[in-house]
Design a protein around this ligand. Sequence first.
Ligand SMILES: [Fe+2]
Ligand SMILES: [Fe+2]
Length: 209
Amino acid sequence: MNPIIRREGGDILESERFRQCREILHHKGTNVARHSLEVAEYALFLYEKKHDPRTDVRDVVRACLLHDIGMTDRKIRESVSFLKAYSHPVRSAEIARDEFGANQTQIDAIRYHMWPICFIPPLSETGWLVLRADKHCANRDVANEVIKVLHLRSRESTAQTKDTEYAEETKGAKETEEAKETEETKETKETKETKETKNTEESKKTEET
Ligand SMILES: [Fe+2]
Ligand SMILES: [Fe+2]
């Protein structure tokens, strides 16, 4: 973990609210706590590449860690995904203000991180960093999930093809063996018949003599 995250957001990481975030599944393959940490890491990466000198790194870290904290609210968690997309930034901003003393920059960054789903775009560079990092991590999580499903499917179809090939090979080998056996049986029968005919002829000759 980037040490700046612990320095600026240590109290959030150790809070009961953030602990609850570990239990809440997010984007299928992750949970809210892990996602929020990844968002903070990526936003810091963007921040370190280039930022306005007026943008405070503390605001960036804290807004990232708190942007989805509203998901701890049971009512929001259990609402349909369309409503959840609108309501969780509002609830996250309330929790950030009431429980973690968020300033206005952090509140706005959290409040508008779902743009363009919510109609107002971020109002500061902090807000844009949170939004870009959030979209990046969400897209990656979804892509990973799709790749995992496709990979599993392709493995299943490869296994099926192998089973079919094996079944066909076994069938072919069985047929060849059966044909060989039939051929051998036919040959044995013919040899027996020839032998019998010969014996009969010899017996006839002896009788005549
Ligand atoms: Fe969100
Ligand atoms: Fe998020």
